[in-house]
Write a protein that binds this ligand. Structure first.
Ligand SMILES: *Cc1c(COP(=O)(O)O)cnc(C)c1O
Length: 447
């Protein structure tokens, strides 16, 4: 912790001068000093501006997701707009009584209402939700899991390891491709097995096709042991009442919280930032007594979210109850008719013609694409979409813009998929494409 006076004494003057010359990067001076020192030590002073630029580009920043993967884990999954003033917040304060309240109470009521549960609570993510349920309800006891559901999901969420961490014991049931209700019954009845709950895991981004048999929640619920369903994706209700029509075909057989509870699950766990379309969070919903046991377990304190997340999640749950798609950007994207995407693509190309001239606009092609929900939700399904294609790999150029645009390359073309872009960003896309085709027309073709 050298103070700046000490630092100045041991620092060659050129480090400070070089750091000051990097001021336009907007980075704080102590960071620029470090960058300048590294550049000088490496004998490469000329690289200092590029190093500062690279550092600035590592800061978290809003981007336009034009990948067509709506819930892109590397891009923070569901897009959520949320801000709050620099004021205290009634996180654990009851405004009616003026006494201490619970941060879980209101979120719990709203979420329970949305999925037909007795009670619900919120933790930091779904991995935490599963860990807490296992620790609170099954520590030191046995948890039967189908071998077909003993999976790894996304960033190293591995079912056997989470069970081990919770202090519960995994009991393998059935086979990788077929597990019947009788297999579970036999596992529970085996001498020495003390089944605290059955854990049913939605394999999410993994699918077994062909000679496959899985046991339903309704069948498991007949075995006299609480059934916990980790549905992962956070679809609240298979009937999607917030869309005000028939559920989209791509949802297929994605398990939903309401239907899982109605068919006998004692608890469901799911993510806040997948199909729920909210901030990163994990939700535990179902039987009030079991939720209360989770809420009072010591781990709950370590896994609780702060007021920012609770506020954003509350906003999302209210948007569902109001059927306000503007408050649920993911569902707004999903519900956009493909004809509207095409009309937006045509308007973007027309705008590029204005900005970059007809020769530039001719380099763009409107194409049919297939978007996907992403984040392991509804694996293998696609949604009709529309993209704008431009020749060559333009990904780096698109990323270098402000805001950066994240696209993908297919068949030597860069594709901007409009399914994952909100209409408010169409002008950003048009300006970006005008730049690219403007530059491309004045330089030799990219191979
Ligand atoms: C995504 C997923 C998880 C992990 O959820 P996070 O919110 O990313 O921690 C766990 N279980 C299932 C079934 C999932 O799909």
């Amino acid at each position: 912790m050298a103070d700046s006076a000490d630092g100045a004494a041991i620092r060659p003057p050129s480090v400070d001068a070089l750091a000051r010359s990097l001021g336009p990067s907007g980075l704080p001076h102590p960071i620029l000093v470090e960058i300048a020192r590294d550049a000088i030590n490496d004998g490469d002073i000329a690289s200092a501006p590029a190093r500062a630029d690279a550092f600035a580009r590592r800061l978290l920043t809003p981007v336009v997701n034009a990948t067509g993967v709506l819930l892109h884990t590397n891009l923070g999954r569901a897009p959520v707009a949320y801000s709050q003033p620099a004021r205290a917040q009634s996180v654990e304060f009851d405004l009616t009584t003026g006494e201490r309240g619970s941060r879980q109470a209101t979120a719990g009521i709203l979420l329970a209402r949305l999925c037909g549960a007795e009670a619900a609570m919120v933790v930091n993510n779904n991995a935490a939700a599963v860990l807490l349920v296992l620790a609170a309800l099954a520590s030191g006891r046995d948890v039967p899991v189908s071998r077909g559901e003993s999976v790894e999901i996304g960033g190293a969420f591995r079912v056997p390891e989470v069970i081990a961490q919770s202090g519960a014991r995994l009991v393998d049931v059935g086979t990788t491709n077929r597990t019947r209700v009788g297999d579970y019954a036999a596992a529970i009845a085996r001498p020495g097995v003390d089944a605290a709950m059955i854990l049913k895991v939605h394999p999410s981004n993994y699918r077994v096709d062909g000679f496959v048999e899985e046991t339903t929640v309704a069948q498991l619920a007949t075995l006299g042991v609480p059934v916990v369903a980790d549905i992962g994706s956070g679809l609240l209700d298979a009937d999607t009442p917030w869309l005000g029509g028939t559920p989209p075909a791509w949802l297929g057989t994605e398990p939903a919280a309401r239907q899982s509870l109605a068919s006998g699950a004692s608890l469901v766990t799911f993510s806040g930032d997948k199909l729920l379309a909210g901030p990163q969070a994990g939700i535990i919903a179902g039987d009030a007594e079991l939720v209360a046991r989770c809420a009072t377990h010591p781990l709950a304190r370590a896994l609780r979210p702060g007021g920012l997340v609770m506020g954003a999640l509350q906003q999302v749950t209210l948007a569902y109850l109001r059927r306000d798609l503007d408050g649920l950007p993911f569902w707004k994207m999903v519900a956009t008719p493909v004809g509207e995407l095409r009309a937006r693509a045509e308007a973007i190309v027309a705008r590029v013609r204005d900005l970059a001239g007809p020769t530039g606009a001719e380099r763009l092609e409107i194409i049919e694409t297939e978007a996907v929900p992403g984040a392991g939700s509804a694996p293998g399904v696609t949604m009709e979409s529309v993209g704008i294609a431009v020749g060559g790999d333009q990904l780096a150029a698109l990323r270098s813009l402000d805001p950066p645009i994240i696209a993908r390359v297919r068949d030597h073309r860069s594709i901007i998929d409009l399914r994952s872009v909100l209409a408010g960003d169409d002008e950003v896309i048009a300006v970006a494409l005008a730049r690219i085709v403007g530059v491309a027309t004045s330089t030799p073709d990219t191979p």
